[in-house]
Design a protein around this ligand. Structure first.
Ligand SMILES: *Cc1c(COP(=O)(O)O)cnc(C)c1O
Length: 227
């Protein structure tokens, strides 16, 4: 087995165990393989082993890969999206996890309509409170959700958040619990996905109610620093 296949097997087992611990089924948890900096070959290898969702952080990088991979997978935009990239983004992505303003949501909706598409979006919430992180303040998340849920061309389907980098996964628990609490307040039709959990903390995130995890390193190995 290749290292990607082995890693995927182990990640799936860990998702299964964490879900069971929380009294849930792993079938309700979507695995998004985060493929930033990864080659098309690596992505195809993951697809050959059952990956159906991939996450990218940059529109330009995704565009290049999309040409070769196409719609055989679901494409998730998980990085910060600039409004002037919305036109290109709607041609590639099925999901945008990083809505942090009404203007961005409106532009995305407008572009999606023009392309005859409907994009599933999530509001990104800055649960860590770190200045360097994107996303809206927790206090503003439900207001933003309310103001974008009727925009044509997009469909509000939940919230996304990132815990701070910590030494022990357990330390992320209060951040995820806080996001889950907000998510619980969304109207039923917008409460489809709670996108939280990455390599360092996905098991804790699942225990706290995540049903969409975004995992890169645990599948593909560590990203070489390109800077
Ligand atoms: C890079 C990234 C991930 C994946 O991180 P890993 O630690 O490699 O699992 C998840 N979510 C977002 C928003 C990212 O930018």
């Amino acid at each position: 087995m290749s290292h990607i296949a082995e890693n995927l097997k182990s990640v799936r087992e860990r998702i299964e165990i964490a879900a069971r611990r929380a009294g849930r089924s792993s079938e309700e948890i979507v695995l998004v393989a985060v493929t930033k900096t990864r080659s098309v070959e690596e992505i195809k290898e993951a697809m050959a082993h059952g990956v159906k969702h991939i996450g990218e952080n940059y529109v330009q990088e995704a565009e290049k890969k999309f040409v070769e991979i196409g719609t055989a997978v679901c494409w998730h935009m998980i990085g910060h999206l600039q409004r002037n990239k919305a036109k290109h983004a709607v041609e590639i992505f099925d999901f945008v996890h990083s809505i942090d303003s009404e203007q961005l949501a409106r532009e995305l909706g407008r572009r999606a309509q023009a392309a005859n598409r409907c994009i599933d979006v999530m509001v990104e919430v800055n649960i860590s409170g770190e200045q360097s992180k994107f996303g809206v303040k927790p206090d503003n998340a439900l207001d933003l959700a309310g103001s974008i849920r009727d925009i044509p061309g997009i469909r509000l389907c939940g919230l996304m958040g990132m815990a701070p980098i910590v030494n022990q996964p357990e330390e992320t628990r209060p951040y995820f619990a806080k996001l889950k609490k907000l998510w619980d307040k969304l109207p039923d039709e917008n409460r489809i996905f709670l996108s939280m959990g990455m390599t360092q903390d996905f098991e804790v995130a699942i225990e706290e109610g995540s049903n969409m995890v975004r995992i890169g390193t645990a599948i593909f190995g560590s990203r070489e620093s390109l800077t």
